[in-house]
Write a protein that binds this ligand. Structure first.
Ligand SMILES: [Zn+2]
Length: 181
């Protein structure tokens, strides 16, 4: 549920059977989020928001509503670009070097550029559309190499270096960027 609040903009209310009490946090979009127990009525959630206004204002870095919407828009555009590019680039390299993966997933986590799961799903962060092509390709080759080595062992890096001779430079340069949108 979303509460439209005059001061905080859109407030995300997440009902959870596991929540014991009401907790406030900041969502990745910079919106205020409340997690509440399942049985909490909308009336009660709003009342709780009102009684905690001062604490929220002082403690939580909420983005102003205008910024929240700008970020939503930016993320949507990035997702669109990523959809038209990343799965095909992954497929291209997989074919070129003889890798077999099962699925390609697009993510927008704040912390990682990509991952490879044991069921051979490769996840790529849409934030890759904002970094130089060489770094983007490096992440793709890195995740593909995980299909053969589910760790960062010497054998793993040897395989990465076969397809990206400059992988050390790329790994280092990638740290200058943040995967968050
Ligand atoms: Zn890795």
């Amino acid at each position: 549920m979303i509460i439209e609040d005059k001061e905080f903009g859109e407030v995300i209310v997440r009902k959870s059977p596991l929540a014991r009490n009401i907790k406030f946090s900041i969502s990745t979009s910079g919106r205020l989020a409340m997690s509440v127990p399942n049985y909490t009525s909308d009336f009660l959630a709003k009342r709780f928001l009102n009684t905690n206004r001062k604490m929220i204002r002082e403690k939580l870095p909420i983005k102003d509503p205008h910024e929240q919407r700008a970020r939503d828009y930016q993320k949507k555009q990035l997702m669109k670009k990523a959809k038209e590019y990343l799965p095909y680039r992954l497929e291209y390299y997989a074919k070129l070097y003889g890798y077999k993966y099962d699925k390609c997933r697009l993510t927008h986590a704040n912390t990682r550029w990509g991952s490879c799961s044991s069921n051979r799903t490769i996840s790529l962060n849409i934030g890759l559309m904002k970094v130089p092509e060489a770094l983007r390709d490096y992440v793709i080759l890195h995740e593909l190499a995980h299909l053969n080595h589910m760790n960062h062992s010497r054998d793993f890096w040897a395989e990465v270096s076969k397809h990206d001779h400059n992988y050390k430079v790329h790994e280092r340069k990638l740290k200058l960027f943040s995967p968050g949108v």
